[in-house]
Structures are given as C-alpha cells and as structure tokens.
Write a protein that binds this ligand. Sequence first.
Ligand code: 5RP
Length: 292
Amino acid sequence: MADKDSIQETHNYHLDIPVNNEPFRLKGSNSLDWGMKNRLSNIFRPETGRAVMLAIDHGYFLGPTAGLERVDVTIVPLLPYADTLMCTRGIVRSTIPPTFTKGIVLRASGGPSILKELSNEEIAVDIEDAIRLNVAALAVQVFVGGEYETRSIHNMTRLVDMGNRYGIPVLGVTAVGKEMARDAKYMRLATRICAELGASYVKTYYVDEGFETVTASCPVPIVIAGGKKLPELDALKMAYNAIQQGAAGVDMGRNIFQSEAPAAMIQAVGKVVHENMKPKEAYDLYQTLRRR
Ligand code: 5RP
C-alpha cells in the first residue's frame, strides 16, 4: 500500500514532448483493438512488419507427415528461429514447451482426413480453449470454389466473430482444390473474400504471374504457404519474390522441415523475409550453416 504521508507534488508534465501517437504499421490493421494489435505483433515482427511462420499443422488431416513424425525431435530445435508456430492444440499441449513465448497460430478447423472430401470441415476448437492456450491467432481453411465452400466460409466468419469478442485475430487459409487453376485470378478471388469477411490476415500460395495483383487487392497482410518440397534455392527464390511483390511473410512447412538441413533453411528464409536478402546469398548462407 502506498504511504499517504509521503506523496510528492506532481511537477514534470514534459510539456515540450508531444504524445507519441504512432500508427500501427501492419496493413489494414490500424483500426483494430489493442489486444488484436498486440497479438499480431507476436506474429509479425514489429521492426520489419513481416513474419516467418513455421507451419507444422499438416497432421490434422494427413497424420504423421514426413518430417513431422517426431515433432519433439525435429521441430522443437527450430523454434528459436521462427517468429510464430502454426500447429494444432494437440501438438501444443503434448509437445511444445510452455516456455515458448512467441505467437502460436492455432489450427482451428478440421474434420475430414486425406481419405475424404477435405472441404467438409467444421470449427474444431472452442474459443475458451484458444484463450486458455494464449494463442496469437486462429487459422481456418477456406475452400473457395470447393464442394463445401459455404460451410468453410461460414466456419471462418464464426471464428472471426468469436475472435473479435476476445481480441484474437483469424488467419484465413486459402485451400486450392486439385481441380482449380492456381493462378493470380483465383488467388485474388480467394484472398479478397477472406479479407472482406473479416480475416485479419490471409495465407495463400505464390503464383509466378501477377502475384503483386494478389497482394495489392487484398486489404490485409498476405503470407505465403511453401507448398510441396522444392530444392532449397527454388524455395528461397519463391520466398524472395513473394516478399518483393508485397507478401508480409511466409507460413512455410515442408520446405523447412523436409529440407536436408531444417535449421539452416529456416535461418536462410528469415534473412530473405526480414532483411530482403537475395536468394543466391541466402542459399550460400544455408550452405554455410548446414556445414556447422
Ligand atoms: C495445411 C496448411 C499448412 O500449414 C500449409 O500448407 C503450409 O505448409 P506447406 O508450406 O508445407 O505448404 O495450411 O492445410
């Protein structure tokens, strides 16, 4: 309890210093509430406004994917190099050390396995459990053009409503069906729908032609998925091109954890994302780090 007898007179109002009122620099996020901004700052590094998300949620429909057979052995050592980890609550509770204080982006949709129609998902987590896990964001698959398009979009809008109640951002993950063209036209459609319907940020795939039109027409940040495993130099080129064309980061899985040297690869990706390092230089760094 403060001692009432020794209260000093106030005197130092710093009248010559204007109140610092800096805008929140993340695209489309300036009007969000403090809690949302705080959580987004645990995903996107405030110094660069960009993020290296490590995506390891594949098991929610694929089971034990190559590279994720033992998350404790292969992924936990990578955590110091990730800005954010995207995973399921099962992996968080069973395997991720609670001393990990960076953002967890929680996979919040699920249902069908790889053996069934993937777009037939439902919300797979209670908002109370997400709060209990202190997550930075909720991730939900959106199947624009898919068989259960409306259901997946409704999953997202319900999560947005729940997230808005508690200051938790939602990541809309655009899932491109096998039968759909992976081109800029589709990505513009899918990412814009996610943003219009309330996603705080959107994950999509990089496309070689016109990706800058995808980032330009989406009013919130875009991060790219890595997709299937590529040679390391190609994955670094993809990350570089995406960042230079307006992406705010990567949400990369297989191109990191299936790399021959995952720790070296995630550090090289980090340089591309946060320091605009050119792909060849980042690849040289990868080669140097993997030899250590
Ligand atoms: C699964 C996902 C994955 O997180 C996403 O595909 C990223 O992983 P990768 O870089 O391996 O594609 O959203 O649906």
